[in-house]
Ligand binder design. Structure first.
Ligand code: ADP
Length: 188
């Protein structure tokens, strides 16, 4: 299965992604994790991306697309993958469709939207320890989510693959909703 997760920062995508990849036996492709690792290792990608991340802005598409293209060529995505934090705008979504078609001759199976309201997001993020979780940066990340990422919901709704998940509740409850939304897909 090829699945993407869409949702504002703090919606719980990261936590649920880890459970889902274990359940489905597919690799977890998190652009946020890859970028943070690149920053720590001071690779050229990390040096370019760091300032955007610190400001809560999207990293330019050419950097992201190169990163994803290289990652998807590693050979472990043939049976599927979970994309977490990618795509983040319509240009990236169109690029992902092209990459999946070209590399695997496949389309996306599901786009999961984690639905959590802004008040809850701010409450959750205020309790985290990440350097980009300062209030001004949180506001900037929410803004970029609303302006650039939310249009993806319509893009995937039109393709019939959007599944909306209520992200409020215990981790187990949310995970059960995800499995139900995927049609109780058997692990591969
Ligand atoms: P969150 O969902 O909590 O914002 P992520 O770990 O997904 O966290 O992303 C952290 C930061 O990495 C983002 O604020 C952004 O700067 C950058 N980033 C991650 N994925 C992308 C992407 N697909 N396109 C552009 N920037 C990205």
């Amino acid at each position: 299965m090829r699945i993407i997760f869409i949702g504002p920062p703090g919606a719980g995508k990261g936590t649920q992604s880890l459970r889902l990849v274990e359940y489905l036996g597919i690799p977890h492709l998190s652009t946020g994790d890859m970028l943070r690792q690149a920053v720590v290792e001071r690779t050229p990608t990390g040096v370019l991306a760091g300032p955007y991340m610190d400001a809560g802005q999207l990293v330019p598409d050419d950097i992201i697309l190169k990163l994803m293209d290289e990652r998807m060529r590693k050979g472990d995505c043939g049976r599927g993958a979970l994309f977490d934090g990618f795509p983040r705008n319509l240009h990236q979504a169109a690029a992902l469709d092209r990459m999946l078609e070209k590399m695997f001759g496949q389309a996306l199976d599901a786009a999961l939207e984690m639905n959590v309201d802004d008040a809850e997001i701010i409450r959750r993020l205020s309790g985290r320890q990440r350097t980009d979780d300062r209030p001004a940066v949180i506001a900037e990340r929410l803004k970029s989510y609303w302006h650039e990422t939310r249009p993806l919901l319509e893009y995937y709704r039109q393709r019939g693959v959007l599944r909306v998940i209520d992200g409020i509740g215990t981790q187990d409850q949310v995970f059960d909703r995800i499995k139900a939304a995927l049609g109780r897909q058997q692990p591969v």
